[in-house]
Ligand binder design. Structure first.
Ligand SMILES: [Fe+2]
Length: 276
């Protein structure tokens, strides 16, 4: 099921203000409704949007590339996240999960130190999160820099802990891993990590990725080794970030994609798939 919504006209230096994207399923019951996004790349209006909309969800998940490695002032980017965005985000009371990406080298230490059991799944952590509904979810966040060695002991420990929790708690398992698995990458690209092997060995229910900004085309979701893997794609000059609304109760995933057309209209396209 899909839908296209024309949102407004954009002129030079001017964008329309959007606050209620994704509202089409807001009337649905909330068990575990998860906001999946990635590649926010220090776009402050993206971060503002995440805080503004967090209360609609049981978990907010950002799968890497919070920073923009090509922009100046890496310290300023981190300061914004640390002193402005993170306090605002935690004040919402909505659990947060973050994994690092290839742009996040200078924030690696901070991203792991924000780990707070039960409320913030920092980079390189496996936790059991309880949603407001009482539903539980296992969340594992994979550090980008530990993706490339098959025998990385920290990565192996994260996956083993997740698999053990899945077996003991009988709860669904979400993994954040910046680069998508083979099977969900754009044509002509390759992967150099071990995600496919981990999925084959340990299993997981859902994997949220990013990295390929065009990754939402032509598909944003693919079942790989029995795990539903997602990449919303990203357009960093759009007024709101591309994102996916994962509803584990209704077994649906809705990708919200913002594009601009040749006539300068902004278009919100919502595409919903059933995960059964
Ligand atoms: Fe990336």
């Amino acid at each position: 099921m899909g839908g296209i919504f024309f949102l407004g006209r954009v002129g030079a230096g001017k964008v329309c203000h959007l606050a209620h994207l994704g509202a089409s399923i807001n009337g649905a019951s909330t068990f575990v409704k998860i906001l999946l996004t990635a590649d926010l790349h220090s776009q402050r209006h993206f971060y503002d949007w995440v805080v503004l909309n967090a209360s609609r969800y049981d978990l907010v998940a950002v799968a890497g590339d919070l920073l923009d490695i090509f922009a100046r002032d890496q310290g300023g980017q981190i300061d914004f996240l640390r002193s402005t965005w993170f306090p605002a985000m935690t004040a919402t009371g909505v659990p947060l999960a973050i994994s690092s990406g290839n742009h996040d080298g200078s924030a690696i230490v901070w991203l792991s130190h924000i780990d707070r059991p039960g409320s913030v799944v920092g980079d390189g952590s496996t936790q059991l999160i309880t949603a407001r509904s009482g539903e539980r979810l296992i969340v594992t966040t994979c550090p980008y820099y530990r993706s490339f060695r098959q025998d990385d002991p920290v990565m192996i420990d994260l996956w083993e802990k997740g698999a053990a929790l899945r077996d003991s708690e009988k709860a669904p398992w979400l993994v954040l891993h910046h680069e998508p698995p083979a099977g969900l990458i754009p044509p002509g690209t390759i992967t150099m990590h071990w995600l496919n092997l981990r999925l084959r060995e340990y299993g997981a229910d859902f994997v949220s990725c990013g990295h390929f900004h065009e990754g939402g085309e032509p598909i944003f979701a693919q079942k790989v080794e029995n795990a539903w893997c997602f990449n919303a794609g990203q357009q960093i000059y759009a007024p709101v970030p591309n994102h996916i609304i994962l509803n584990t109760a209704e077994r649906t995933a809705t990708r919200v994609d913002i594009t601009s057309t040749p006539d300068l209209l902004l278009v919100e396209e919502q595409t919903e798939i059933n995960l059964d």
